[in-house]
Every structure is written in structure tokens, then in C-alpha cells.
Design a protein around this ligand. Structure first.
Ligand SMILES: *[C@@H]1O[C@H](CO)[C@@H](O)[C@H](O)[C@H]1NC(C)=O
Ligand SMILES: *[C@@H]1O[C@H](CO)[C@@H](O)[C@H](O)[C@H]1NC(C)=O
Ligand SMILES: *[C@@H]1O[C@H](CO)[C@@H](O)[C@H](O)[C@H]1NC(C)=O
Length: 384
């Protein structure tokens, strides 16, 4: 759908021109012209309705943007008030030009995590301590920069507000020809930091649901004593102190608790050009159940085992956060609003020290931003 202003402007101009031509002739022409115009209008309306009913609504770029509100990479450029990082633009054009369509013949058990095995599992990390909160960050195997930035910032202190907080990174296998080299580097990185969890699935965008379910499997089998866990994307600003303060508030459930930025009645995108296209065979309903946006969601530690268990009977589809919403629904549970929903923010327009001291999440454009904003936030002096 083009820019409505230029369209109507163009039409108006044309009409003026035509009208002035006809006005000089007989008035009969004027009547004829009006009739013609009416017919044209009727035709346009007819075509429009036909077009919209035969194609899914989301094939219009505008609604695509509202389709998966605020999902990384595609939303930023849409909201002019928000600053767009070049990274996001690049990603978007890459994905819109050559959309990767999920295979419809996906195996039923593809997202059943026990089908995979851990290559690195840091099995000891939860054995000698009982963390209050475990942060699991899905990250691409070669994205050392993101991991290092997180290690310097929100993962730096293992004691937050007097509670033990652990941060671990979840990776699959890199698909490149240099897989063995990558593995060697990862082993060394893990020897140094002891914070990598790796499983033997192919680490690709369409496999994010597997990645999330492997996170759930690791939590259930390797760290069941933690009170809470969080799946948090690697491009996030996380105000970890505020998160721990939130989780220690009286009245926060200890069981069956999932919270974050809630998404209600989000339509399933059926346009094959969409990055979030899901075929009807994988997910027949037109809307997703209520779920928490994938950028960062928090859950009580009883849930991971239940998710893994119930995933046996839920056809996998490639939208990991909505898939967790499905698991919740199947378990007869629903995500809960956080005590202060305004603390869960997606895109930021600019850095504001006072604001960053109050929020819990924000999506960032780069690892450099994370280090820069974190350093600024932690400098002495009141932020507001
Ligand atoms: C997802 O991972 C599985 C298991 O490693 C692999 O067989 C499959 O090709 C991957 N799918 C995509 C789309 O990358
Ligand atoms: C966007 O969607 C993907 C796939 O579901 C998810 O992993 C990611 O966390 C989402 N991004 C945000 C910002 O929620
Ligand atoms: C998984 O499901 C089985 C039955 O299907 C049940 O007995 C078991 O308790 C479940 N485990 C969890 C962690 O919910």
C-alpha cells in the first residue's frame, strides 16, 4: 500500500486537470465524467475486497509490522520515534529478500529436547550452589562479542541484591565448514569462563524453538534447585538488580509463574515473505495463546520440566516465545503480568540514565551500547 498522501495527491491533481479540460466543453460531459469516476471507484473497491479476502491480511506490509509487535529486527524501522540501529536494517533486508520458509514436514518430536545431547553442560555449576536466579542466553556459537559484553555487564556479579545469580550461554552447533575450529575455540572459551552450554542441534534461526527447549531441558536436569530462571536474548540491556528486587517482592508466585512483556491475541503470520511465517500445518489457529515476548521472560523453576514434558504433544513451530505460550496453555496455565509492566521495554529511542535505572529490559542495537550504557549507569552519583 503506497503512501496515501501521494496517492490522493496524485489523483487530485489528475482530476483537476481532467475536470478543467471538460469544463470548457459541454455540461453533458461533466455528468458522464462523474459517472465514470463513480464506476472507477466501485471497481477499485471491488478489486480491493477481492484481493484482501484471497490473500492473508498480513501480506500488507503495514499489518505485518503490527503482526509480531516489537519483535527485534523488524519493528525498529517502523516506529520512526525509535532509533534504528544499522544491524537491524541489514537483518531485515536479508530476511525479506530471501525468506526462509520453515519445512512443513517437521518431525513431531523435533522440539522434544531429550532427543538432543549436551556437548558441554557445565554440570557442576548448580551442584555446589543454589542460585536464586539463572539467566540463560541463547547466542550464536561465533558471537563471542555479545558474550564478552554480557560477562562485563549484567553477568559480572554473581551476587545481586544478596542473591546468587548465574548467567550461562546456550549454543547449538555452527553450520559452517569451520565447525571444528569453532568447537576448539568454544572449548577454550568455556575453560576460561565455565559458562557455555552446548547441544548438538543445528544453530539456525528456524531452530530457535529447539534452542529454547534445550534451555528448558538443561534447567530441569542440571539446575532444578534454582528458584527462578530467565531466557534472555543476547542483545538486551538487563537491569539485573531491578529484576531480583521484583522477584523478591511479596506475592510473587514460586510455582507456575511465567512473566515478562505479555502478548495477547497476536495473529499468526501466514505470508510466506514474513520472517515469522508459520504454516497452517504447524499451527492451525489464527492467533497465538497469550505469551511473553522472547526478548526476556522469567519463570519459576518448576516450569522447565513441565515444558519439556508437555512439548512431546505439541507440534513444534519456529516461534519460540509463542511455543512457550502453547506449552503454558496445554498445561492449563497462563503467563502473568509483572508487578510493574512498564519495566519491560522493547525498543528504546535514546539512552537515559534515569530511565535505565528504573526498567528491567530494553533491546539494544549492539554489544558496544550495552557496555557503554552499563558503565554509565553504574558510575557514582544518583541517576535521577
Ligand atoms: C534444526 O536442527 C536439526 C537437528 O540438528 C536439523 O536436523 C535441522 O536441519 C535444523 N533445521 C533448520 C531449519 O536449521
Ligand atoms: C523475536 O522472535 C524470535 C523467534 O520467536 C524470538 O526468539 C526473539 O526473542 C523475539 N525477539 C524479541 C525482541 O522478542
Ligand atoms: C511428565 O509427564 C508424566 C506423565 O505424562 C508425569 O508423570 C510427570 O510427573 C511429568 N513430569 C513433570 C516434570 O511434569
Amino acid at each position: 500500500m503506497g503512501d496515501p498522501e501521494t496517492l490522493s495527491g496524485g489523483n487530485g491533481l489528475k482530476r483537476q486537470l481532467v475536470e478543467s479540460l471538460f469544463r470548457q466543453k459541454k455540461p453533458v460531459f461533466h455528468v458522464w465524467f462523474q459517472f465514470l469516476l463513480l464506476m472507477c471507484l466501485a471497481l477499485v473497491v471491488l478489486c480491493y475486497t477481492l484481493f484482501t479476502s484471497s490473500l492473508p491480511w498480513e501480506s500488507f506490509s503495514l499489518s505485518e509490522h503490527y503482526g509480531r509487535l516489537l519483535n527485534q529486527t523488524n519493528q525498529a524501522h517502523l516506529l520512526p520515534a525509535y532509533r534504528v540501529h544499522p544491524k537491524h536494517k541489514v537483518k531485515l533486508s536479508e530476511t525479506t529478500k530471501s525468506p526462509t520458509v520453515p519445512p512443513t514436514g517437521t518431525q513431531y518430536h523435533q522440539a522434544y529436547a531429550p532427543n538432543y545431547h549436551f556437548i558441554m553442560d557445565n554440570t557442576e555449576v548448580c551442584k555446589n550452589k543454589t542460585p536464586f536466579l539463572v539467566l540463560l542466553v541463547p547466542v550464536a556459537p561465533n558471537n563471542v562479542a555479545a558474550r564478552d559484553a554480557i560477562r562485563q555487564t549484567w553477568a559480572k556479579n554473581s551476587l545481586v541484591q544478596g542473591e546468587i545469580v548465574l548467567t550461562l550461554f546456550m549454543l547449538g552447533l555452527s553450520g559452517g565448514a569451520d565447525v571444528e575450529q569453532v568447537q576448539e575455540k568454544l572449548k577454550l572459551e568455556n575453560l576460561q569462563h565455565h559458562d557455555l552450554i552446548q547441544s548438538n542441534f543445528m544453530d539456525t534461526y528456524l531452530n530457535l524453538t529447539i534452542k529454547t527447549m534445550v534451555i528448558m531441558d538443561w534447567l530441569a536436569t542440571h539446575c532444578p534447585t534454582a528458584a527462578y530462571a530467565m531466557k534472555v536474548d543476547s542483545d538486551m540491556f538487563l537491569n539485573i538488580d531491578n529484576l531480583v528486587i521484583m522477584l523478591k517482592k511479596p506475592g510473587i508466585p514460586k510455582l507456575n509463574y511465567l512473566t515478562g512483556m505479555l502478548m495477547w491475541n497476536r495473529p499468526v503470520l501466514r505470508s510466506k515473505n514474513s520472517k515469522w511465517y508459520v504454516p497452517k500445518e504447524l499451527f492451525p489457529d489464527p492467533t497465538y495463546p497469550t505469551y511473553t515476548l522472547g526478548m526476556g521472560y522469567i519463570f519459576s523453576s518448576d516450569l522447565p520440566g513441565k515444558f519439556v514434558n508437555v512439548s512431546k504433544s505439541i507440534t513444534p513451530f519456529n516461534i519460540e516465545d509463542a511455543y512457550i505460550g502453547m506449552c503454558m496453555k496445554k498445561l492449563g496455565l497462563a503467563p502473568k503480568s509483572p508487578p510493574d509492566p512498564s519495566q519491560f521495554k522493547a525498543y528504546n529511542s535514546r539512552y537515559d540514565r534515569c530511565e535505565y535505572s528504573k526498567i528491567i529490559t530494553y533491546i539494544l542495537g549492539s554489544s558496544e551500547e550495552l557496555v557503554k550504557y552499563w558503565t554509565d549507569l553504574k558510575k557514582p552519583g544518583p541517576p535521577c
